[in-house]
Design a protein. Structure first.
Length: 82
């Protein structure tokens, strides 16, 4: 389970109301163990770092990019569609 996502390397495309964020160093984080009170009874975690490493390994060699589409924007603030 992911713990942190950073969007500071992203690029905003206002004509599409979309933000594209690449996977770059220090943009995503996974825990090195099972946090106390983890969601879903900790099913997505392991006692060590194996679950985090398994989740991160596909992102090491590929050019992974995440796309965030937003709905209406008012000034600088946008609401993300779920």
């Amino acid at each position: 389970a992911e713990e942190l996502s950073i969007l500071h390397y992203g690029q905003w495309f206002p004509e599409h109301e979309q933000m594209i964020v690449p996977i770059a160093p220090f943009t995503w984080a996974w825990p090195g163990g099972r946090p106390r009170n983890a969601p879903f009874n900790g099913e997505m975690y392991s006692e060590g770092s194996t679950a985090g490493l398994a989740a991160a390994s596909p992102m090491i060699n590929g050019g992974v990019v995440f796309s965030y589409k937003y709905s209406t924007c008012e000034g600088r603030y946008c609401r993300r569609d779920l």
